[in-house]
Design a protein around this ligand. Structure first.
Ligand code: PTT
Ligand code: SF4
Length: 608
């Protein structure tokens, strides 16, 4: 097989054993890589109902056929497991040298099960894998952990690690790399922590077998030059994702005070221009020539790498308008290995509960010291922080008294940084995202705002599906960064060409969309198998706030979603996807996607 590395490494931490198996050709062709591999492995391996924090759960680290190749922005990996936050399928994408090293080590995926006896890290080197003691690393932040492992294993080792949040099993702990890359929002870091696994270190020395190595090199060179020549390239390099903040404010979709409003009075102080004024350096993922990691000095004198989502959720969403202080919260979240989006939601939720007198703690909007202390309580699971460490859904269930109404999540995963009071298309994207409320699968909002289409127009549904196929399917399975396409207009037509040069296989967009649909249907089946009777359209419905309360100012003043219209839109979405009225893929749909076995399993479980 060309293009794929050709092997999957399985590590059982309980037994301290590892095995290397050949990559199954059918798996590669039907699921491509990355998210596709992860979904298939987790579906096949996990018994329904397992505790996500038990040894029975598996952490899958997966590459795709383009990962780590000399083409634009290919240094990404998918990290996936059953989520401790949502009890459904969870994954994330992380930019890391581990992606390049994994391919050099001849691996397409690493599947980690069991639980090590004590604090450990996994060292993967070419053919071998070894579980080593991490006694001296347990309790350290992700930056220091990585520095120490780098001293031991070399500057270019690929390292994924967890911080305090992962060790303490915070339900939205992430996996970190390179002091500013973080992946696995739905608690992938907690899954590592539950296995006593502090880090994974990967080193390889081989080459990926390619169908046309010379052709790929030439294509890559041409592609890098094309990225450099894009008109938006200069601005992107200056501001990266931070440019989105001014756009969100102008369109009234900037999460403000726990998504109560879509405009923030202090937005100018935390936008891309404000960031540029204090920017000290820039960094990014391997193989990328449009690096977007903007580094600033934070209020505690430390380097912090900023992205839009982080700044919106730890800034406007908690009423904080001082960018250096926002940067300090962001840097601490990276050190502790906790998701900034969920953390910003949790703090905003707590501030609102405090304002309404539902909790005894006083936490004012915009109070940096209180937010910092609360964030530390979350990762150490102390007091109110312990409650918030479950996520806003879990916290609202414990607090009660109507607080579910402002717990901003879908399926238990906190909403990322786009307010949807006036954006039904984006609300549908959040509602139907395969991991819970995340924008990565269908960031339809910029198109929706520019389209001029009103309300619940059918074309919005089609656009959500198209974007899910491209972003959630193509990019997550090829496992490369989607930002060259999204942000500077790098042509999608490059990707089938890269794939042909890497694998020798000609796949057009129809075939690639077919793979995306298969992966989507399988992830749905995973959720349905887990949730049984508790599954239904309510799981795909955004929080009450967007239906019941309207923003008081800005371009979206007075806007709110309509329940009946949203429900009708969701039904149309299900029907277009070949899913039933509960949002579960029909047996014929699964059959047409070559997954008759999945239909049988769902029938046996009584789900269809
Ligand atoms: C991603 C989510 C995002 S999406 C952001 S900022 W964004 C937040 N980043 C966090 C962070 O940082 N630290 C932290 N402790 N928590 C964080 N939580 C949030 O996590 C990221 C970039 C970005 S920046 C985006 S949009 C794109 N996402 C991609 C994707 O999802 N797939 C893909 N094939 N390419 C992508 N390219 C871009 O990558 P999750 P990263 Mg991330 C510090 O992980 O779980 O997917 O959630 O991976 O290496 O940090 O790059 O405005
Ligand atoms: Fe990483 Fe940004 Fe480059 Fe994408 S564009 S690969 S997120 S540095």
């Amino acid at each position: 097989m060309r293009g794929w590395s050709g092997a999957i490494l399985r590590v059982d931490l309980s037994r301290g054993r590892s095995t290397r198996a050949r990559l199954d050709g059918e798996l590669a062709l039907k699921f491509l890589g990355g998210r596709g591999f992860a979904a298939k492995i987790l579906w096949d391996d996990l018994a329904p109902g397992i505790d996500p924090l038990s040894p029975a759960n598996e952490l899958v680290i997966a590459a795709g056929p383009l990962t780590g190749l000399p083409i634009p922005s290919s240094g990404k990996l998918v990290v996936a497991a059953k989520s401790p936050l949502t009890s459904g399928y969870g994954d994330g994408s992380i930019g890391t040298m581990a992606s390049v090293q994994m391919r050099r080590a001849g691996l397409d995926a690493i599947v980690i099960s069991g639980k090590a006896e004590g604090p450990s890290y996994l060292l993967v080197e070419d053919g071998g894998a070894e579980v080593r003691s991490a006694e001296g690393l347990w309790g350290l932040g992700t930056f220091e952990t990585e520095r120490r492992l780098r001293e031991e294993h070399g500057r270019d080792a690929g390292i994924l690690s967890i911080g305090l949040a992962g060790e303490n099993l915070v339900a939205y702990a992430t996996i970190a790399s390179q002091e500013g890359r973080s992946g696995g929002r739905p608690g992938m870091g907690a899954v590592m922590g539950s296995k006593n696994l502090k880090a994974v270190v990967i080193r390889g020395s081989g080459e990926v077998p390619l169908a046309d190595p010379e052709g790929l090199r030439e294509l890559g060179g041409e592609a890098y030059r094309e990225v450099l020549g894009k008109p938006n390239y200069g601005f992107w390099k200056r501001q990266g994702t931070m440019a989105t903040l001014a756009w969100s404010q102008a369109n009234g979709v900037l999460p403000t005070m726990n998504f109560r409003e879509g405009c923030f009075d202090g937005a100018d102080g935390i936008n891309g221009d404000a960031m540029e004024a204090i920017k000290v350096s820039q960094r990014g993922c391997p193989h990328c020539n449009m690096t977007c990691g903007n580094v600033v000095e934070d209020s505690e004198g430390m380097a912090s790498e900023l992205d839009y989502e982080n700044v919106a959720m730890l800034g406007s969403n908690i009423g904080l308008g001082d960018l250096r202080k926002v940067a300090a919260l962001n840097r601490l979240a990276d050190e502790w290995g906790v998701d900034t989006i969920s953390l910003g939601n949790a703090i905003g939720f707590a501030m609102e509960c405090s304002e309404r007198g539902l909790i005894s703690e006083r936490i004012e909007w915009g109070d940096f010291e209180a937010a910092r202390a609360l964030a530390e309580d979350v990762v150490r699971k102390r007091g109110l922080g312990g409650l918030l460490a479950r996520g806003v859904k879990g916290a609202a269930e414990a607090i009660g008294r109507g607080s579910e109404g402002w717990a901003m999540h879908v399926k238990g995963l906190e909403i990322s940084a786009y307010d949807c009071h006036a954006m039904p298309g984006m609300a549908l994207a959040y509602g139907t995202s395969p991991i819970g409320a995340h924008h990565k699968d269908a960031w339809v909002i910029s198109w929706e705002a520019a389209s001029g289409l009103k309300g619940y127009d059918e074309r919005k549904i089609d656009k959500v599906i198209e974007l899910q196929r491209l972003r959630g399917g193509l990019f997550e399975c090829l496992t490369t960064c989607r930002l060259p396409w999204v942000e500077v207009g790098f042509d999608l037509a490059w990707y089938p060409r890269f794939l042909k040069a890497a694998t020798g296989i000609e796949m057009g967009f129809d075939a690639l969309y077919g793979i995306a649909d298969r992966v989507y249907a399988l992830i749905r089946a995973f959720w349905a198998r887990e949730y049984g009777d508790r599954w239904g359209p309510h799981m795909d419905t955004p929080p009450a706030r967007w239906f019941d309360e309207a923003p008081s100012k800005g371009p979206t003043k007075g806007a709110r979603l309509d329940r009946a219209e949203y429900a009708a839109m969701l039904r149309r979405y299900y029907s277009k996807r070949g899913w039933d009225e509960r949002g579960i893929p029909r047996a014929e749909t699964l059959g047409a996607l070559g997954m008759g076995d999945v239909a049988m399993a769902l029938r046996k479980a009584g789900a269809i």
